[in-house]
Design a protein around this ligand. Structure first.
Ligand SMILES: O=c1ccn([C@@H]2O[C@H](COP(=O)(O)OP(=O)(O)O[C@H]3O[C@H](CO)[C@@H](O)[C@H](O)[C@H]3O)[C@@H](O)[C@H]2O)c(=O)[nH]1
Length: 323
């Protein structure tokens, strides 16, 4: 059977394509190349350039490539930008998903793996976040992911769709330098950017109620994120109509910003640049760490890569892109 991976030319999408093809699945990439890059798509994987808002092209692609399921990763993902441009985020992430679901139901494509986010939880007040922890998103980005989950669950109930929403925690690293993240919107690449400019990395606040005062997150290697998609896709192939799973993808291990920065300085050999503490960044929760019990029970999946794998591979990727 053939899977369509939307956003398959992006950072996470390209890793999912890699894991699925290595796992023996047939994959077609659908990407508007607004942030993705065609050279991330392997030569033997068909690439359809188009928008998820284009229902006609989606339906034609489903028919032309005999698609049985969709892994929907195409989306806008910058939390700060979503605050500035909420209408754009709702159009791309919610109307885009709605259009995709309409195309799927029109053609009879009934399997969907959806990229959701720990951003749906907002500022969780628990040690480990389970899938039953209340969802109170703090940004339009997080809202679009939660509304997306609701849309999918409703479509599963009404139309027999089989779906898995995967809530990613903090994604990092790269399977190969070529597939690395080209943006610098998250902690690890933001630190690399400072180091490259000969500047000390910044810690946004050290007065949180955490052991060392800095924010704690659950970092997960993008290759582990990718293998979870393959496991979910396989699970849906055997699942009954109307199945709707919601699963955290994390390691269940918290790392503080200070611990992360210290390790990054070590890996890059820049321990001379001691981090500087600046003001809190508005909207940052103190602690967001997954319980990964449900995905382990449902899919038999668990993460294989540790923090050093993430930081070292991210650094190789950064050097590949920036010389
Ligand atoms: O130069 C920097 C950059 C970041 N941080 C801190 O590092 C932590 C991690 O920040 P970041 O990498 O931006 O991730 P999050 O803000 O945790 O958000 C990520 O993880 C969420 C899921 O948990 C996703 O929804 C978001 O899309 C994704 O960007 C936060 O406490 C930041 O304040 C610093 O202290 N200094």
């Amino acid at each position: 059977m053939n899977w369509l991976v939307t956003g398959g030319a992006g950072y996470i999408g390209a890793h999912v394509v890699r894991a699925m093809t290595e796992g023996g699945e047939h994959v077609v990439v659908y990407d508007d190349l607004s942030t993705g890059a065609a050279d991330r798509v392997p030569a033997d994987v068909p690439l359809v350039v188009g928008s998820v808002l284009d229902q006609e092209l989606l339906e034609r692609t489903f028919r032309d490539h005999d698609i049985a399921g969709v892994v929907h990763i195409a989306a806008k993902k910058q939390v700060g930008e979503s605050v500035e441009r909420p209408l754009y985020y709702y159009r791309e992430n919610v109307t885009g998903l709605q259009t995709l679901l309409e195309a799927m139901t029109a053609v009879g494509v009934d399997r969907l793996v959806f990229s959701s986010s720990a951003a749906v939880y907002g500022m969780p007040d628990v040690d480990l976040v389970t899938e039953d922890t209340p969802c109170v998103p703090m940004s339009p980005y997080g809202e679009t992911k939660l509304v997306g989950e609701w849309l999918i669950a409703a479509a599963a109930r009404a139309h027999g769709l089989k779906a898995a929403a995967l809530r990613y925690f903090n994604v990092a690293g790269a399977a190969t330098p070529e597939l690395s993240d080209s943006g610098a919107f998250n902690l690890i690449p933001m630190v690399f950017e400072r180091l490259e400019a000969g500047e000390a990395p910044r810690i946004f606040g050290d007065d949180y109620a955490t052991p060392d005062g800095t924010c704690v997150r659950d970092y997960i290697h993008v290759a582990d994120i990718a293998s979870a998609h393959l496991a979910a896709a396989r699970r849906l192939a055997e699942a009954p109509a109307g199945t709707s799973l919601t699963l955290n993808i994390g390691r269940g291990e918290g790392s503080s910003v200070r611990q992360m920065v210290d390790r990054i300085l070590k890996v890059t050999g820049r321990e001379d640049l001691a981090p500087e503490v600046t003001a809190r960044r508005p909207g940052d929760p103190a602690r967001v760490v997954a319980s990964a019990d449900r995905i382990h029970a449902e899919l038999g999946w668990s993460a294989r890569h540790d923090l050093d794998d993430m930081i070292e591979s991210a650094w190789l990727g950064w050097r590949h892109r920036h010389g």
